[in-house]
Ligand binder design. Structure first.
Ligand code: ZN
Length: 118
């Protein structure tokens, strides 16, 4: 019984903090421990469809340096993606390769090097 309550608590906590799936959240925490991530900031995690639509409009208007997927098609809306800021392109490259080695998909392969998804 105690064990079950603890499991539920963890699920709730993960959802409350980042809105990410537990699998992505734990792999993200692991990535943040990598030396190349020392100066990393998490700049985006879960997005509602409305937030994604706003971001997409900004992207279409040329107001964002990074691509945004059309609303309804971003893994951010499913809690399965996050973005990192504060890193050099070399650091992002290093982290991207590590991420891919763990089975994740790195946005550097499609023009979005700050983006990591699972
Ligand atoms: Zn992203």
């Amino acid at each position: 019984m105690t064990h079950r309550r603890r499991a539920v608590y963890h699920r709730v906590r993960h959802t409350a903090v980042h809105g990410l799936t537990p699998a992505l959240d734990s792999l993200m925490q692991r990535l943040l421990l990598e030396p190349a991530a020392a100066s990393a900031r998490i700049t985006s995690t879960f997005r509602t469809r409305r937030q994604q639509a706003k971001l997409y409009r900004r992207y279409l208007a040329g107001m964002s340096p990074y691509p945004a997927a059309p609303p309804g098609s971003s893994l951010h809306e499913q809690g399965r993606a996050f973005d990192l800021g504060g890193l050099s392109s070399q650091e992002l490259q290093t982290l991207g390769q590590t991420w891919e080695g763990w089975g994740g998909r790195w946005g550097g392969r499609f023009g979005d090097p700050i983006h990591f998804e699972l």
